[in-house]
Design a binder for this molecule. Structure first.
Ligand code: NAD
Length: 306
């Protein structure tokens, strides 16, 4: 890679470390006032990838000074048992953020569980109150991956107003909230999906391209307008020469020469997702604290949203 191309690389690890440092400063200020933000993670079953994700979340929480609690439950736990744990966490004033690690075992209704979380503690932003608030442009707890993408975009481009953003993928977790956030930032937004016709031609109009599909190297040079900023959310495991490798949805080698900036996989969006979870936890903690104390926001140690 020449130096021109390496300037195009967006370092998600460095950006995430910056967010964690900011969050840690907020947590320090809160602790000085005798208030400790806490995040509870509910992990049901033995999915190895989920265990790794939860370990990483706990590690980042520690780095940010956030107290974390993990509730590990057997894979055959009945949904009632999961709902009981969530009800206990909803009622606990010392817990400010609740995250249920997905996917849940097949016998558990994911929506039922996500809807059981108090929206004020819903740090993944998946409860319908938060989803609705986002689409109405109200300040809410925002899904972490799209929030992380927005931060990367703003860090690199500054003002996003008027830019044409194309989001490839329309999932509830990434594509739809991503489109809502871009719209709230006054972008012109096009959402492409598996039934879209001539996706390359539409995608070539994008100043900003977000790929959230789950198909290795789907997005090649034929999708890219020269100078576009490309955010690759995809995480795909591929077997190559007997080894497993992580790749995104973007064919990095063919897109890099055209893009003005691009996130690598790994090391792009992934680290930002966890960093934004920590940000959401502190935001939720501040809001709950202010509500409990009915203090004016300006007297709070919270620097971000409250
Ligand atoms: P999903 O399977 O729920 O949704 C995929 C979307 O892609 C669908 O809306 C579908 O319509 C669309 N699609 C499928 N084929 C298409 C095609 N040929 N052209 C255009 N659109 C097409 O997936 P998801 O949960 O949104 O995740 C997408 C990817 O992002 C996955 O690789 C996932 O692992 C990754 N992901 C990464 C992070 C992170 O932190 N970096 C977080 C969440 C998801």
């Amino acid at each position: 890679m020449n130096s021109l191309d390496s300037d195009k690389l967006i370092d998600g690890k460095a950006a995430a470390a910056k967010v964690i440092t900011e969050v840690a400063a907020e947590v320090t200020a809160l602790k000085a006032e005798g208030f400790e933000p806490a995040l509870a993670v509910v992990l049901v079953g033995n999915d190895p990838a989920s265990h790794v994700y939860v370990r990483n979340k706990v590690l980042r929480a520690e780095q940010a000074g956030i107290h974390s609690l993990v509730f590990r439950m057997a894979a055959d736990s009945p949904v009632e048992a999961v709902l009981e744990v969530i009800a206990g966490l909803n009622a606990d004033p010392k817990v400010h953020g609740i995250l249920v690690q997905l996917p849940l075992p097949a016998h558990i209704d994911e929506q039922l569980v996500l809807q059981a979380i108090d929206p004020a503690k819903d740090v993944d932003g998946f409860h319908s109150d938060n989803v609705g608030g986002l689409s109405q442009g109200r300040p809410v707890l925002t899904p972490c991956t799209p929030a992380g993408c927005m931060r990367l975009l703003r860090d690199r481009l500054g003002e996003l107003s008027g830019k044409h953003a194309v989001v490839v993928g329309r999932s509830n977790i990434v594509g739809k909230p991503m489109a809502a956030l871009l719209l709230a930032a006054d972008c012109t937004v096009t959402v492409l999906h598996s039934r879209s016709r001539e996706p390359q031609a539409l995608s070539r109009q994008a100043d900003i391209l977000i790929a959230a599909v789950g198909r290795p190297a789907l997005i090649d040079a034929s999708w890219i307008k020269p100078g576009a900023m490309v955010i690759d959310v995809g995480i795909n495991r591929i077997e190559e020469h007997g080894r497993t490798r992580l790749v995104g949805d973007v064919d990095f080698a063919s897109v890099l020469p055209l893009a003005s900036a691009i996130t690598p996989v790994p090391g792009g969006v992934g680290p930002m997702t966890i960093a934004m979870l920590m940000q959401n936890t502190v935001t939720a903690a501040c809001q709950q604290r202010n509500q409990a104390a009915s203090e004016p926001a300006k007297e709070s140690a919270c620097l971000s949203t409250c």
